[in-house]
Design a protein around this ligand. Structure first.
Ligand code: HEM
Length: 143
């Protein structure tokens, strides 16, 4: 019986494989902070976001910080949200808010514009847009 061969010496060790490609490709912590800041500015400004803006507290500072902490880990960077608050349980945390398809689309309108303004790599931008849509739709709790 032929013995299993060990991997060739030239194989790339796991430790040098990219563990956080999206986080790095978007530009790391500063870029994620700027994205979240612009996202909430747009939520304040876009008329189609009025209903979802009204679900949030008047002062958006803590919502902004929590979204930043969450996205850091979600994009493959440091899992800051989990370190601070434990498992995100996003679906459960969004249940108090009536999230229907228009609410999802309003959230996406803010995120889509923020991504268009700040992520120049169009392949990365469309991957992120699709991933955000999946998550936003997963949080929908009404038709
Ligand atoms: C689908 C439309 C969405 C609506 C209407 C919505 C609305 C909200 C509201 C009203 C809050 C509470 C704000 C606060 O307590 O400061 C919240 C919290 C949060 N949302 Fe969303 N959200 C949506 C989608 C998303 C998506 C797609 C993500 C992630 C990619 C996300 C991540 C978060 C996080 C991390 C928090 C903080 C949770 C915590 O209290 O620890 N949300 N959202």
């Amino acid at each position: 019986m032929e013995r299993l061969k060990s991997p060739p010496a030239t194989a790339v060790p796991l430790s040098t494989a990219p563990a956080n490609p999206h986080y790095r490709r978007i530009g790391g912590e500063g870029a994620v902070r700027r994205l979240v800041e612009r996202f909430y500015q747009l939520m304040n400004e876009l008329p189609e976001a009025r209903a979802i803006r009204a679900m949030h507290p008047e002062d958006l500072a803590s919502s902004q910080e929590k979204l930043f902490l969450f996205l850091s880990g979600w994009l493959g960077g440091p899992p800051l949200y989990t370190e601070r608050y434990g498992p995100p349980r996003l679906r459960q945390k969004h249940l108090p808010f009536p999230i229907d398809a228009p609410a999802r689309d309003a959230w996406m309108a803010c995120m889509r514009q923020a991504l268009e303004e700040q992520v120049k790599d169009s392949e990365l931008r469309s991957q992120l847009t699709a991933a955000f849509f999946k998550t936003a739709d997963f949080l929908r709790n009404q038709p």
